[in-house]
Write a protein that binds this ligand. Structure first.
Ligand code: DC
Length: 217
């Protein structure tokens, strides 16, 4: 069984997908974390991501794996580092590049092969698994997404104002939806859920109710 969850940054995808994975005993794959890991690799080595040759060469040296809820970049646990604000922006920038997407999509399909998986990202229902059993598209107002992200960041001790976060989300929304390669968009057959006024438990419940009602198991 494949469940695809797409939507803009901070729309509640990760928390919802993680909880559903636990309830239904599915593998959870956070594809955004993979783009973030690539961004971190390029950032730490000072690679000019506009330089196609350098990018290709360095991409070949990248190994990404998951264990429990941690992500490893060439065997280093980078789960915390990839959440830094400058990596959020760079991940959206490198995600427009064809060879980066190609490598990520291949890896996502490989990880999911023969397993029951819930994947969340931007292009899961449109590109990675267009034949997914269930497709959801989560949205929420910019204000509520910024508030959620602000709370998360404050808890981690990252000091950003609500306004800075709102601007960053707006910039990423624009960049992720306007790109030529696999832009963020709702698949025609995806079910849209506006999470603005929903609690996490309500989001999980809404999705589980649909999956249980139309069990394609
Ligand atoms: O989900 P996230 O905010 O952690 O994702 C970080 C960036 O990675 C996002 O701004 C765009 C890119 N991304 C993508 O292009 N395709 C995906 N399937 C997941 C993320």
């Amino acid at each position: 069984m494949i469940i695809a969850i797409d939507g803009p940054a901070a729309s509640g995808k990760s928390t919802t997908a993680r909880l559903i994975a636990n309830r239904l005993d599915l593998l959870y794959l956070d594809t955004g974390a993979m783009y973030r890991a690539v961004a971190l690799y390029m950032f730490e080595r000072g690679i000019d991501t506009q330089d196609g040759e350098a990018l290709q060469k360095n991409l070949a040296d990248i190994d990404i794996s998951f264990k429990d809820s941690l992500i490893f970049l060439n065997n280093e646990d980078v789960s915390e580092k990839i959440r830094e604000p400058h990596i959020s922006k760079l991940s959206s920038q490198i995600a427009i590049i064809k060879i980066v997407r190609h490598k990520m999509v291949e890896l996502q399909r490989e990880i999911a092969k023969g397993r029951d998986v819930i994947l969340e990202g931007r292009d899961i229902g449109t590109v990675v698994f267009p034949d997914a059993d269930y497709k959801f598209f989560l949205t929420a107002s910019l204000e509520s997404r910024a508030e959620r992200r602000y709370k998360e960041m404050s808890e981690k001790g990252i000091e950003l104002t609500l306004e800075q976060i709102q601007q960053e989300l707006q910039w990423r929304d624009q960049n992720d939806t306007q790109r030529a390669e696999a832009p963020l968009r709702k698949a025609d057959d995806a079910i849209e859920i506006d999470t603005t006024l929903l609690t996490i438990e309500e989001q999980v419940h809404t999705i589980l109710a649909i999956v249980n009602r139309t069990n394609k198991g």
